[in-house]
Ligand binder design. Structure first.
Ligand SMILES: NC(=O)c1ccc[n+]([C@@H]2O[C@H](COP(=O)([O-])OP(=O)(O)OC[C@H]3O[C@@H](n4cnc5c(N)ncnc54)[C@H](O)[C@@H]3O)[C@@H](O)[C@H]2O)c1
Length: 461
């Protein structure tokens, strides 16, 4: 079966960029991305490509090439499903906040709702692709919902039939476009060979066949959780060693370099920092923990739980050491925070380390001046609320504005622009003795020291 029309439910950080690249690489396929969120769809349709709701380097050019040609963004969910040969489910799957499994299990209400919409609106044969990250065996639920509608031909069209595939997304925010254009691998899980080959045929238009892996449904679903758990585990591992380096006089950059030279370990993802953030790592590990508990594997659950705990500990540790270095109190002191996004090259702040660190400092009474090149003040407001009082923090327009009268500057996101800051200019605006806390190992420490700043860098003993 060759695919001519695709509908993607969910126009978020995954649905938007993924479908833009599919449309770009497959000019013969009409791709419609639908979402219930009108403001988000309006932003995807904004003639000004700098206003897209997702910031990713290169995304504006891809959308600019395809939008209106074979890439469409709409809130009209039902007709887009009805017209589609293939429907991607790319909706949010956050951690449940209440009920059974609260704090660990994924909240599947949006997956269920979108599966029900597909069941109701699809016509003829439809391949349904799980793009969201899901607990193992969710495809069974999706299949059950679709099966209940199977055979219906009430609208006068041919009877409905469905095939369900798992196709988890491995893109990383900040590098989504190159990750989608040259993926390390594409994973397709399923038990319907024709459906698998139809999806492989879409990716095959730009991805070499040996990079398209075919597995059973459950392996595919579990591989995504496992990949994120292993990646997050490396961050927690190196951050645990960073703390030990600070205590012993070792330097975590030297340690990471030395161990990364071992080809069994590899050099990637060994950067110490303020801990992982983003919408996925913590959620997916907690989901894994929940699954392990469900199957009675309590030691396995505890093992992965510790990866999340170490991450939270690292963030609180950084906030605590800032307070300690500033003579044990930050009450009433102005602190400049550079970077709020959870990583560079994204406007996403979900689970950003900056949130926990800023909250801790606000609770200690600090006054924060926060600068991020892509995160708007309104988003910072959503994340920080009124911790520390209504006027305890402000968003500012530049690093220079942030440091005015500050006792310290904290680097919490590795935006490249922070690597070339003019420390003599910045230090001149700060109250002495002044500190630089570089949680991302990105600034020129010698320049900062020469400008008279006291310096702490993560993992430098
Ligand atoms: N963000 C990442 O880097 C990343 C990477 C890989 C996988 N994932 C996974 O992909 C999935 C989506 O993540 P995201 O970051 O794009 O989420 P997101 O919150 O940015 O986007 C999800 C979108 O789905 C929409 N939606 C929800 N229910 C809907 C419905 N019934 N009909 C129409 N629209 C609906 C929401 O309005 C929202 O805009 C999650 O399962 C996530 O774990 C995310």
């Amino acid at each position: 079966m060759s695919i001519r029309t695709i509908c993607c439910i969910g126009a978020g950080y995954v649905g938007g960029p993924t479908m833009a690249v599919i449309a770009d690489r497959c000019p013969g396929i009409q791709v419609t991305v639908v979402d219930l969120n009108q403001a988000r769809i309006d932003a995807w349709n904004d003639p000004d490509l700098s206003k897209l709701p997702v910031y990713e380097p290169g995304l504006d050019a891809v959308v600019g090439r395809c939008r209106g040609r074979n890439l469409h963004f709409s809130t009209a969910v039902e007709p887009a499903i009805a017209a589609a040969d293939m429907v991607f489910l790319s909706v949010n799957t956050p951690t449940k906040t209440k009920g059974v499994g609260a704090g660990q299990a994924s909240d599947l209400r949006w997956i269920e709702a979108s599966a029900r919409q597909v069941a109701a609106c699809a016509q003829g044969h439809t391949i349904v692709v799980e793009k969201s990250t899901l607990p193992v065996r969710t495809a069974e639920t999706v299949q059950a919902i679709l099966s209940a509608a199977q055979g219906d031909g009430a609208s006068g069209g041919s009877p409905k039939t469905f095939a369900v595939l798992s196709n988890p997304e491995f893109l990383a925010e900040g590098t989504a476009i190159p990750d989608l254009e040259q993926p390390d691998r594409v994973l397709i899980g399923g038990d319907d060979p024709a459906a698998i080959e139809a999806l492989a045929g879409v990716y095959g238009q730009w991805v070499p066949n040996d990079r398209i892996l075919r597995t059973n449904l459950w392996s595919s679903e579990l591989s995504k959780l496992t990949a994120n758990a292993f990646l997050a585990q490396r961050i927690s591992s190196i951050n645990s060693i960073a703390a030990l380096c600070e205590a012993t006089g070792a330097d975590v950059q030297e340690v990471a370099h030395a161990i990364g030279a071992d080809s069994r370990l590899g050099s990637k993802f060994l950067k110490a920092g303020p801990g992982f953030g983003g919408s996925c790592f913590q959620k997916d590990i907690l989901n894994l923990v929940y699954l392990c508990g469900h199957y009675g594997l309590h030691e396995v659950a505890a093992y992965w739980q510790s990866v999340v705990e170490l991450n939270g500990w690292q963030q609180h540790r950084i906030a605590r050491l800032v307070v300690q270095r500033l003579f044990g109190t930050v009450t009433g002191k102005r602190l400049a925070v550079l970077g709020f996004a959870f990583k560079a090259d994204t406007n996403d702040t979900r689970e950003a380390p900056a949130i926990r660190i800023c909250r801790d400092l606000l609770e200690e009474g600090a006054q924060l001046a926060i600068y991020d090149p892509k995160v708007p003040a309104s988003q910072m407001g959503n994340d920080l609320g009124h911790v520390g009082g209504v006027d305890a923090w402000q968003a500012v327009g530049s690093p220079l504005a942030a440091v005015q009268g500050a006792d310290a500057v904290l680097i919490l996101t590795e935006w490249l622009c922070f690597a070339s800051l003019d420390w003599s200019q910045l230090a001149a605006q700060m109250r002495k003795p002044a500190w630089l806390f570089d949680a991302r190992s990105i600034v020129d420490l010698q320049a900062a020291k020469s400008a008279g700043l006291n310096v702490w860098r993560v993992g430098m003993g």
